[in-house]
Structures are given as structure tokens and as C-alpha cells.
Design a binder for this molecule. Sequence first.
Ligand code: PMP
Length: 351
Amino acid sequence: MSKFFSSRLSSLEAYVPGEQPKDMAYIKLNTNESPFPPAPAVQRALTEDTVAKLRLYCDPEASRLKAALADSFATDASRIFVSNGSDDILNFAFLAFGEGGVAFPDISYGFYEVFARLHGISAEKIPLAEDFSITPKDYFAKGKMVCIANPNAPTGMALSLEEVEAIVKSNPDSVVLIDEAYVDFGGESCAALTKKYKNLLCVGTFSKSRSMAGARLGFAVADEALIADLERVKYSTNPYNVNSLTQLLGVLTLENQAYYTENCQRIIEARAYATKALEALGFSVLPSSANFIFAKSDRIGGEALYLALKARGVLVRHFEKPRIADYNRITVGTLADMQALVAAVKDILSQ
Ligand code: PMP
């Protein structure tokens, strides 16, 4: 730390993203990316002509992209926000709506705590139940912002739409942020509920089900007033927050929804295969509605399994938090990826 670093931030512990190793080719099941490339029409869009236009600034209003998203949610563009990945939106939302504090589950996406610290917001971490589920009533009438990943990460477990609505309804005076990064793999989106509740901020991403993690595109659906607040923060930070290539690719992605829906289906099938195969090997696997599974072996510790898999060229994500240290979060790739994972696990257990 330099002597110039703000004392307010001196205890900030930065978020640590999953490894992106360059030493060898891994079967990469550690950052919940899609195993499938973007749709052919998206891949073809990067023509010389498109690249030549990079000399111009991108549209700060992202009008075409917002219109396409608004169409896909049967709503108005004034109720859509877009940014450079959904992390960017979480950051803006904590800054804009977190003044009175924020409540989120003790086991959830690690960035919530980092954003709370970054903005000097007090964080209340609400323990998950013994079975790792979220208890909705723990989030009723909090009197502060509530932030829930649904499905939750790294557990993969989802709340029903009724449960989400009950939480939103009981917090009329604070924002309830529902982070739907993984909703397309079996969750229920609350986007339509934003018409009924002015305090609901529904956040999504193109990084998982839409195969665009590297292009960085996140979006939010909410009441116009909440979106206007986010726009105000955005225009006070970086008006050009979604680059022109990503805006274009985002529109094309939305025009090819059938391709992505089919890929989600393939991932759901590979998830069912991997869950069953690991359970047959003595693992406990939490019921997942996401593109990853959270699994614990009855024969090998979480970190030991992570290291042994890595040595065999399969990368998964291990978290050191005591409550979940026995588990690994395994991204669901193609069926072939999952077969390779299961073969590696069998090999490890037979040693
Ligand atoms: N929310 C959750 C729960 C996540 O796991 C992730 C991925 N790390 C994100 C948000 C952020 O995704 P992105 O910034 O790529 O949209």
C-alpha cells in the first residue's frame, strides 16, 4: 500500500476472481462461464467495418441495446439499465441505495461484502439455514437494502418467485436487489414483478447463459425512478460504460434467443448427469438451479479434491470459508466436460 492510499480504504480486501491460469489447457469449471461460444450471428458481427467504427465513442444511452432488452422483458426502455458486467451494476446499486446498510446471506457472492466495504456501508450477514437454504422471513422488514443472489451462489439453490415477492413486499422503504446471474438455468425471474414494486431491482448478466463473459454486459430491470438513479451514478462515473462492440453483440444475442435457450437445456442435462454420477460416488450435491453444482465428498476434503483435480487438468473453485471448506463449486460445462470430471474424481478416489 502506498502512503497515498486513502485511509478510509486501508482495510479494503479486494474480491479475488477465479483463476484464469495460462500454464496449461484445463477443463475450466471454475468461473461459471458457458462452455458454448456465442451464436454464429454474434461471431460474424466483428467485421472490419465494425472495428473501424471504434474511432467513435459508443452511444452513451445504449439505445438499441436497451430497446432490445426492453422488448425481451415486454417493458419500456426507461425501465432498463445496462453496464459493464453486472458487477458494475452491483457497485452502482450499493453506492446509490446502500446508505442505511445492506443485508445479504453469509454464504453468497463474495463481491457483496467487498462493495459494502468499498462504500463504507454496514453489512449484515444473515446465516443460511443448516441445509444452505435462504429463509425468506429473515429478510422481512429489514429497514435497509437487501441483496440476494437467486439462484444463490455458490450453493445454486433458488427461492421461488412467491418467496422473493414476500421479501420485496415487506421492505417497501428499501431497495431489494435480486441478482439473477444464474436465473436461466432453472430459476424464476422477478423481472415482471418490478412493475408492481418500486423498490425491486432485478439484475442480470450476459456472462453466463449468453456466452459473453469476456464482453462484459450486465443489465437491470426496475421502476423508472430506480433506473434514473443508476443512470445518475453512471453519468457521474463513466458515461460510456458499455463499449460499442458489446452493445452490438448484445443486440444480436437477444435476436438469437433460441440458440441460448437450447444451450441452457444442454447444461441442465449435463448438470443432472454430473449430480447423479457424483452422488453415486458418495458426494452430497446441493439441489442446483444454476450452471454449477456445489458438492462435498464423504471421502476427501474440499481443498484436497480441488488440488487433485487441478493436477489432472480439471479446474474447479474451492472457497476457504470454514462453513463451506468441504465443498467445491463445479461449473457445469458440456456433457463431455462432466464425463471428464467424473473420470478424474473416480481416479482420485481410487488412489
Ligand atoms: N452475481 C453473481 C452471483 C455472480 O456469480 C457473478 C459472476 N462472478 C456476477 C454477479 C457478476 O457477473 P458479471 O460481472 O460477469 O456480469
